[in-house]
Structures are given as structure tokens and as C-alpha cells.
Design a protein around this ligand. Structure first.
Ligand code: SF4
Length: 482
């Protein structure tokens, strides 16, 4: 039996379940991190397979540390195990450049992994095209999660309704794309799967990962699970913040099965929410968050800074809202702060709303916040751009926007409970230096849990397999809503 090692992301759980169903008893699954001895044995066994799902810059750093360790084993490519890479990162970056940087990679899977994974696992030699695009393969038939994953304590399972269909229409800044390779399932099917996993496999923790749960759907789930006498624990990655959500607090308090909810709040400014067609109202926010907090649910909100058209006043109102509700009354547990980035799907919608912009090429990984010098060539789909400012009659670089609102943006980023999402922060290091001055180093250190920047933090990259395992634990093992 071959051993398949994978990092702990919900995409990977789903993949392993798919494999165990399609190829019963063919693979043994192990989650990273494993101890040093086991990792070495795994690397020395040409039959093993390492599947790394990359969703963020932190995961890129982990991959880099991982391949440094592979190189240290002294094995030649003939003796290597298979290294399969996939994840959201590859939808936005230059896979060919990635392969140049990490030539050890056997395959990169772009798009939904289930379609291509069996080919990647079973193909004898990684000659030929090493970039596998999921849409070139047959979409997998629907599958049930199998009881294959040996979790020490919890068994978190991603339950998703397949295709991305957002009930809010289309926010003008949204980068999500529909996934034509998977099937939309109804909320009824969704519940019956959950009940089945609970009963048949005795799993207790579920992530609802489709990013667009509606209040009436959550009500249906609560009622259904109550009637089935099933009491799992649920984390909901994205829920719509509309008035009806207030009415859920009593049922939530009785059921006590929802642990955490993520909300796309963006800005506390009705003008901006309207401008970008977000479809939510500022006056609904505090009552909903407060009702959920009373019912014992933790809430994290996503904040989006840098949208063209935001004034200092919009930022101030957002800061005040977070201060009141996260720092003082604590009905918000965490704010994840993103920075607006431009990519082709968003450009058309920006132009439609009258934003005039000019693009100046794509960012590379080295342009990310953190300035990854070691990975200079890997381009992403995100654009370096300027917007036309009518008032001053000049082009303004997107980085300048950060400096124009420096005071309030720094206050937002410094709030206790605020974390920035480095994936969305395409801002040059120079700009960050200007924003923070000498405080930059400290600010970086405070956010170390979300930015894997070992050499800025006095740690060496790839400091032995034990060090690698610790880094997997510290950075790779987190559950990240993005
Ligand atoms: S609500 Fe979220 S997922 Fe839906 S369109 Fe807006 S940004 Fe995209």
C-alpha cells in the first residue's frame, strides 16, 4: 500500500476522501506534519506521494522549505517520491515559472483536484505536460467522503455544495469564478450527507465551505439536524449578512452546534457597499453580530481596504465600527483585513462603474508584501495599476492610496483582533516601510502567525526536518477561511 502525505486543508481532506472511494485500500493517508524519522522514510520511499495544497504565500514558503529538505536527502530524481501540487494559488500564478523554481514537482493540478488526481497518481512517469488542468479531465461523479482519515482528535470535513453560486449577485470587486467542473447540490442533499457522515462514520466537525450560506438555509440545517437528533459542530466560512440572520439567534442558542461564522463585511460605509453592489446594510451588522455572540458563536469579519472611491471618512467609520464591536463590546472576534487587488475578471466591472485605471503589468511574488527575493519570476494574475483621480487631475498608483489614508489604515491594522491577509496585500516593501517607518519590524513580528517570513523573524528557512515539521504545524496546520 502506498502512503500519501498531505497538508491539512479542506481541499486535501476532500481529495483524500475521493481517492479512498475510487481506489479502496490502495493508499494509506498521513497528514503533515509527521515526525522527522517518518518524513525521511517517506522521502526515501519512491512509492510515496506528497500532495501539497497551496492556498497562500505562507504555503509557498512551506513548499520552499519542503523542497530544500528534499534536496538535502541527496536522492536523485529517479529515487524521488511523487510530489503533487495544487490549490487556489495556481489559479492566479504562473505555473511554468513555479516549475522552473521547483523542478522536483511531479505535477501541478490547476482547478478542482478530483478531476486530475487519479491521472497524477497513476501515471508512471511525469514526462510530458506536468501542468494538469482540471477542465481537461472528466468531471468526477459525485462521491461520498470515506472514513479514511486518521485524525488524532477531530475529523473536520468540508461539506460544500459544489459550484460557486453567490446569492448576492456579483459584488464588483469579486474574484470568484464559477467552477464548471462540479455539481450544485441542494441544501437537502447537503444535510443528508452531513447526517450520514455523522452516523455512519461518527464524524463530528464539519466545515461549510461554499462561502455563500443564506440565513434560511442555516435555519433549515438547524431544524433538520434537530429532527434527526444529530449534534455536530459546524464552522461556516461565509454567510450573508442580511436582516433575517438576526432571527436565527434563538435557534442558534438552543442548538449550540455552530462554532464559527465568517462574514464578508468589507467596509462600514453604506455608500461604498452600494457602490460595489454588496447588498448588505450597515444597520444590520451590529444586531446580527450581537445575536450570534449571545448564542455562543464566534464571528470573524472580512474587511476590504483600498477599493477605488473610498474616502478617509469611509475608513474612519470602518475603524470606529471595529473598535466599538471588536475591541469594546467584543461581538466580533477577529477581523481579517484584505487589500483590493485587480485581476481580469474584476477589470470589466470596475470600468462599468466609471473607474478609470491603467495597468502596468502583473505582480510577481517578489512584489507581495514581504518581498520574497528568492522567488522573483513567478508572476500572478494580479495587476499593478493606477486610477485616474478627477479631483487632482492625475493618475494615482494603488500603493499611494495606502499612504493617502495612512493614519486610519494603520489604526485599523493595529486593532487587537485584526489580522491582515497577505494574499491580498500586493503592496511594495517600500510602501510598507514608508507606512510603518521603524515600527515595521515589530508589526511584522506581531503578525508572524499569518505571514511565514522566517528570515525576517530570525529563523532559518528549512532548519532541519524537525524545524520543517514545526513550521508545518505553525503555518500549514491552521484553518484559513480564504
Ligand atoms: S458576496 Fe462574496 S462571493 Fe458573492 S459576489 Fe460578493 S465578494 Fe463574491
Amino acid at each position: 500500500m502506498k502512503t500519501l502525505y498531505f497538508n491539512q486543508t479542506y481541499g486535501a481532506f476532500s481529495l483524500c476522501s475521493y481517492i479512498s472511494r475510487q481506489r479502496p485500500n490502495a493508499y494509506r493517508f498521513r497528514t503533515l506534519p509527521v515526525d522527522r524519522g517518518e518524513l525521511l522514510r517517506g522521502l526515501e520511499d519512491p512509492e510515496s506521494i506528497f500532495c501539497l495544497s497551496i492556498g497562500s504565500l505562507g504555503d509557498v514558503r512551506l513548499t520552499e522549505a519542503f523542497f530544500l529538505e528534499v534536496r538535502k536527502t541527496g536522492l536523485t530524481p529517479v529515487g524521488w517520491p511523487k510530489f503533487l501540487l495544487g490549490g487556489a494559488f495556481f489559479s492566479y500564478s504562473d505555473c511554468t515559472a513555479f516549475l522552473r523554481y521547483f523542478p522536483e514537482t511531479s505535477y501541478i493540478v490547476v482547478g478542482k483536484g478530483e478531476s486530475a488526481i487519479l491521472h497524477a497518481l497513476e501515471c508512471e512517469s511525469p514526462e510530458g505536460d506536468r501542468i494538469l488542468r482540471a477542465e481537461d479531465f472528466r468531471a468526477p461523479d459525485d462521491f461520498l467522503l470515506g472514513p479514511a482519515l486518521p485524525w488524532p482528535r477531530e475529523r473536520p470535513i468540508a461539506v460544500s455544495r459544489g459550484d460557486f453560486v453567490c446569492g448576492w449577485g456579483k459584488c464588483r470587486f469579486c474574484h470568484h469564478r464559477p467552477d464548471r467542473n462540479s455539481r450544485q447540490i441542494t441544501i437537502e442533499e447537503f444535510c443528508s450527507r452531513l447526517v450520514r457522515y455523522y452516523r455512519q462514520f461518527k464524524w463530528r466537525l464539519f466545515y461549510i465551505t461554499d462561502n455563500h450560506l443564506e440565513s434560511h438555509e442555516l435555519r433549515f440545517i438547524l431544524e433538520k439536524l434537530e429532527s434527526e437528533k444529530v449534534r455536530p459542530l459546524l464552522d461556516i466560512f461565509g454567510m450573508r449578512m442580511v436582516r433575517q440572520a438576526v432571527d436565527l439567534s434563538k435557534s442558534l442558542a438552543t442548538a449550540r452546534i455552530v462554532r464559527d461564522v465568517g462574514w464578508g463585511l468589507e467596509m462600514y460605509s453604506q455608500r461604498i457597499l452600494n457602490l460595489y453592489r454588496k447588498g448588505i446594510r450597515v444597520e444590520d451588522m451590529a444586531p446580527i453580530l450581537s445575536g450570534f455572540a449571545e448564542a455562543g458563536v464566534t464571528s470573524h469579519v472580512h474587511i476590504l481596504l483600498g477599493l477605488p472611491g473610498c474616502s478617509d471618512e469611509d475608513y474612519e467609520m470602518t475603524y470606529e465600527f471595529l473598535y466599538e464591536n471588536m475591541v469594546k463590546s467584543r461581538i466580533i472576534n477577529r477581523a481579517i483585513v484584505h487589500w483590493f487587488v485587480l485581476s481580469p475578471p474584476v477589470m470589466g466591472r470596475m470600468a462599468e462603474m466609471g473607474v478609470k485605471f491603467r495597468t502596468r503589468g502583473c505582480y510577481c511574488l517578489s512584489d507581495y508584501f514581504g518581498n520574497i527575493d528568492e522567488l522573483p519570476e513567478i508572476k500572478t494574475a494580479f495587476q499593478i495599476f493606477d486610477t485616474w483621480d478627477e479631483a487632482s487631475g492625475r493618475w494615482i498608483a494603488h500603493d499611494e492610496v495606502l499612504l493617502d489614508h495612512a493614519d486610519v489604515i494603520k489604526r485599523i491594522l493595529s486593532l487587537p483582533g485584526a489580522y491582515y491577509d497577505f494574499r491580498g496585500f500586493f503592496v511594495s516593501m517600500e510602501t510598507w516601510r514608508e507606512l510603518w517607518g521603524p515600527a515595521l519590524g515589530n508589526w511584522l513580528k506581531e503578525h508572524r502567525a499569518l505571514i511565514a517570513r522566517p528570515h525576517l523573524q530570525g529563523e532559518e528557512v528549512g532548519g532541519g526536518l524537525g524545524g520543517l515539521a514545526r513550521k508545518w504545524m505553525k503555518y500549514g496546520g491552521r484553518h484559513d477561511a480564504g
